[in-house]
Ligand binder design. Structure first.
Ligand code: NAP
Length: 540
């Protein structure tokens, strides 16, 4: 049981822990497990009423993994690996949520999680070297270590359209989808946005709705997911070879069961190249991206060769050539944004009950009581779905009033973009860790390594009797300069509107939010920082 510290003003005493974890998603659950294993008293606060994070909130129809199921599950418990059967190769949200609930039950994690608990502020006390968090309901708790496992895509973004509150029908953001089934039968439905989320949602609801209007600003390069059920034989093979699967995903560039082809695009004759593209296209998942010629990620001419191949694939699937051309991306290179994986997405536009509105031609002016008004006309709807994405990476942190040394807020420090070392800590915020997988990789592989790094660091501090740790400011500066240099040389900075550069949100400073280092290189940097005895950090 936690101890309590009696306040002098008659308020409820603050509960005392060794560590506080914010968020019970993939990272938070594992962080709780590992710190508890270390012998710490830990409390996890979760905004939702259940575990799962992304897989709790994003329950819109069609939501599923874009990583292979066998590569996404936690790797740290052989027993868990043997007990859990993935039903599909790209598992759907209901099953993923079930999986994380199974994990929470199996390892008895729930007893240390408080649900419906939104953390509003976190303040560092320089005298005690402890953090005090306050929940929305006024409850307070203190701990030496504070770990924000708040997810990189959890702060939902809804454009501030004029009149948004006036709409008389139902409206939903995809990342706050209701638990009850939404009835679309016969309804006039709008979907705003065509990112990975909308691409999964649209073909699921198109057959059910009366009429669907999709408001698109930027088309994406979507690639066939080619999902299928896992056969008993595949299940048996996975279970027999998990150590090998995990070794493989720890050794590949981005932590998935794909590796870039070492050949250069234009070293391969055109006919052979096209045959290679065609073969990649028949394969499931990210094969077409992450097993492609490696230089599509660095050489814009090489990239254009494959981009045009994909554009033609889109043109071939959409019957109306005018609609097809609107769906073809032309303003950014293939792979400069995460590739949405789709099932029957383009075919949805061949249906009589689906229309595409290009909001670059006619931007949305306002939401009215009846529907959506563009500069050209007003459309009437019963339901509006905002698939408009997230205030990524920084949003979930800056929405909490986090105050470090000298009362500095993380919001002020990050006014021009995030400043951190290895994405793990920020100078001036001692004992505050970010268990947010912000590297370019398979989620779970990176999440596990980040959680393990934080756990090892805390173990080191306790073993050596240190009370506080924070990165040296000059080390942080050098890291940020390095990250920016790596990003500048990659195609990630080429997309005009991309959440990982913050450019999807008007007014958000353009900054590198997603670590451009591939998983393998990023993990090596983290391991090096620990192996140096945390010399890049001020330890006191
Ligand atoms: P997103 O990629 O940021 O897409 C948001 C969409 O809303 C974009 O099409 C955007 O247009 C549009 N939009 C924003 N403001 C608008 C406005 N004022 N008017 C019209 N359109 C507007 O968000 P997302 O689709 O939720 O995906 C975010 C990320 O989540 C993905 O990149 C992926 O990493 C992850 N995700 C993963 C999976 C999975 O398979 N596991 C599934 C879904 C999402 P612009 O492009 O022009 O800004």
């Amino acid at each position: 049981m936690p101890s309590s510290q009696q306040p002098t003003n008659g308020a409820e005493p603050a509960e005392q822990y060794d560590a506080i974890v914010i968020g019970a998603g993939v990272s938070g659950l594992y962080q709780l497990y590992r710190l508890r294993e270390l012998g710490l008293s830990v409390r996890c606060y979760e905004d939702g009423s259940g575990v799962g994070g992304t897989w709790y909130w994003n329950r819109y129809p069609g939501c599923r993994f874009d990583s292979e199921s066998e590569a996404y599950g936690y790797s740290w418990s052989e027993e868990l690996l043997q007990e859990w059967d993935w039903k599909e190769h790209y598992s759907g949200q209901p099953e993923n949520e079930k999986y994380l609930n199974y994990v929470a039950d199996k390892f008895d994690l729930r007893k240390d999680i408080q649900f419906n608990a939104r953390v509003e502020s976190a303040v560092y006390n320089e005298e005690t070297d402890r953090w005090e968090i306050a929940l929305e309901n006024g409850q307070r708790a203190q701990a030496q270590f504070l770990i924000a496992a708040v997810g990189l895509l959890s702060a939902r973004y809804t454009p501030p359209f004029e009149g948004i509150e006036s709409f008389r029908g139902e409206s939903f953001h995809t990342s706050r989808w209701p638990k009850e089934k939404v009835d679309f039968a016969g309804k006039r439905v709008a979907v705003i946005g065509t990112g990975a989320t909308a691409v999964q949602l649209i073909p699921e609801i198109a057959p059910e709705v009366g009429h669907l209007t999709v408001f698109q600003r930027t088309p994406n390069y979507c690639a066939p997911c080619r999902n299928s059920e896992v056969t008993p034989e595949e299940q048996r093979q996975w279970k027999a070879s998990y150590p090998e699967i995990h070794r493989q995903i720890r050794e590949t560039t981005v932590g998935l069961r794909h590796e870039f082809d070492p050949r250069k695009t234009f070293d391969v004759p055109q006919e052979e190249r096209l045959a290679f593209y065609e073969e990649l296209w028949t394969k499931p998942g990210f094969t077409k991206w992450l097993s492609n010629f490696h230089d599509i990620m660095t050489d814009l001419d090489a990239n254009e060769d494959f981009s045009e191949f994909v554009r033609n694939k889109i043109r071939a699937r959409v019957k109306d050539p005018v609609v097809a051309e609107k769906l073809v991306p032309k303003d950014h290179p293939f792979g400069s944004k995460r590739i949405p994986l789709e099932t029957n997405y383009y075919e949805a536009y061949n249906r009589d009950n689906v229309a595409l509105v290009d909001v670059r031609e006619a931007p949305i002016e306002s939401i009215t009581p009846n529907g959506v008004k563009t500069t050209e006309q007003e459309y009437a709807f019963d339901v509006i779905i905002y698939a408009t994405g997230f205030d990524a990476v920084t949003g979930a942190l800056t929405r909490i009033d986090i105050r470090g040394q000298g009362g500095q807020t993380i919001k002020d420090k990050w006014a021009a973009g995030p400043r951190n070392y290895l994405g793990l800590q920020s100078a001036g915020f001692p004992n505050f860790f970010m268990a947010i997988n912000s590297a370019f990789c398979n989620y779970t592989v990176c999440a596990e390594s980040i959680v393990e790094w934080i756990t090892d660091c805390i173990r080191h501090m306790r073993d050596k009797g240190f009370r506080r740790i924070a990165p040296k400011p000059q080390v942080e500066d050098a890291w940020m300069a390095y990250i920016n240099k790596v990003a500048a040389g990659s195609i990630f900075t080429q997309a005009k509107s991309a959440w990982f550069m913050g450019t999807n949100i008007p007014g958000k400073p353009r900054a590198v939010l997603l670590n451009p280092l591939p998983a393998l290189a990023y993990r090596a940097k983290c391991a090096e920082a620990a192996a140096k005895g945390y010399a890049d950090f001020v330890l006191q």
